[in-house]
Every structure is written in structure tokens, then in C-alpha cells.
Design a protein around this ligand. Sequence first.
Ligand code: FES
Length: 97
Amino acid sequence: MLELKGRKVHKTMEPETGLTILDHALKAEADWGFSCTRGTCARCRSLVTEGMELLAPPTEAEELRLEPEELERGFRLACQAKVKQAGTIVVLHRPYF
Ligand code: FES
């Protein structure tokens, strides 16, 4: 189960491997702010509170855009973070502004 939570969003859906968190949010028509889809704007910044091990490791773009402490704390860029395995994943939309 993939749970997406934002200011005005609370959607639950089955995670699909190979799709990013943002792909899922768009599919669910969730109001998930984003802009570039290339890992540079960070409008899609999100906090993974459960199931990080079910996601592919951070991409090079995420490593460049996010601070090492953010990555350690579970922050990811939704346009980059791909589901690699089904299971329970909980993601909160947490842009900087
Ligand atoms: S949409 Fe720009 S970093 Fe994800």
C-alpha cells in the first residue's frame, strides 16, 4: 500500500514498481506540487516515513539537490524516487515553501 499525504491530500493506492512517487501522485490526481520533474527544483520534496527500503536508492540528481542530512532523515524528490518493491510505503509532501 502506498499512502500519499500532503496539505490537502490523503490518497492510498497500490504501489507499482518502476514508477516514481510523483507518477503515483499524478495517477491518483493528488495535489502534489512539482515543476521540473528532473530533480532540480525540489518542489516535489517529500518525506518517506515508512518503506524507504522499498524505494530505489537516491538518484544522482537527489544527491546533488538534497543535503546529506535530508537524505539521512528520509527526504526524497518524488519525481526521482522509484518504487522497486511492493509493500507499505508512506510519503508526506514536504516542499521547502
Ligand atoms: S519536480 Fe523538480 S525536483 Fe521533482
